[in-house]
Design a protein around this ligand. Structure first.
Ligand SMILES: *Cc1c(COP(=O)(O)O)cnc(C)c1O
Length: 223
């Protein structure tokens, strides 16, 4: 755990203050989270519902939990109970489910729509034209349990920096396109979550407003 505070400080010193750092704490113990917490970090990211619930119940209540993993519908209620921000909305069905669970719990949850990078092997997320169609339908105004804050994406898992840059440009470009449409209900559309340990400096240069960093803060995960 040694060095968590130093790693966080080093990362933040290299980023504009306007960029939010989400410390991805999945698979890391409560003590590691507390070390970051004691250094002032409040936004943490988890990718499994059960792990999120256990940590949220054990750790300080002012932690700002972000859910970043693939979310199965039977876990939606658990995640809504603990996360303020759900970054991994990958279907209209899941968006509507989170909305109804949030309303049931008397909450409003911030969400990001997950961008599907077409060349990536994963099947999760929206293609750019699907995102535009969904938002043009007026869904942001219709759903009152969620605030659609922006998009989240991952670059292709490759070493080719040009290709990673192209993915980030596509994510930011789609965000800008939607933002420029000034759709009703999207007044808070302000977040582009892209960039992880291996590529966050590039992501920030290409317009990220929120980075999700695990390994560089906490070290390697032991699965
Ligand atoms: C695990 C994870 C991260 C953090 O990855 P690192 O390479 O450890 O920084 C970021 N985003 C998502 C969606 C993840 O699942």
């Amino acid at each position: 755990m040694d060095g968590i505070k130093e790693h966080l400080t080093a990362i933040k010193s290299r980023l504009p203050e306007s960029v939010t750092v989400v410390a991805v704490s999945k698979f890391h113990p409560a003590e590691a989270i507390m070390e970051a917490y004691d250094a002032g970090q409040r936004a943490f990211g988890e990718s499994r519902a059960g792990e999120l619930a256990a940590k949220a119940q054990a750790l300080p209540s002012d932690i700002d939990w972000h859910f970043i993993g693939h979310l199965q519908t039977n876990k939606a209620r658990t995640v809504v109970a603990h996360a303020r921000f759900i970054q991994s909305i990958d279907s209209e069905r899941l968006l509507r489910l989170i909305d109804s669970e949030a309303r049931r719990a008397g909450k409003t949850v911030d969400v990001l729509l997950q961008f599907h990078v077409a060349r990536e092997e994963t099947k999760f997320g929206f293609l750019p034209e699907e995102l535009v169609t969904l938002l043009e339908s007026g869904i942001a105004e219709e759903l009152t349990g969620v605030r659609i804050r922006g998009v989240m994406g991952m670059a292709s898992n490759v070493d080719d920096e040009e290709r990673i840059a192209a993915d980030f440009r596509a994510i930011r470009g789609t965000f800008d396109l939607i933002k420029a449409m000034s759709l009703p209900g999207l007044g808070l559309f302000d977040t582009v979550s892209m960039g992880m340990s291996g590529d966050y400096p590039l992501a920030v240069r290409l317009g990220s407003t929120m980075v999700r960093i695990g390994t560089t803060i906490f070290g390697e995960r032991e699965y």
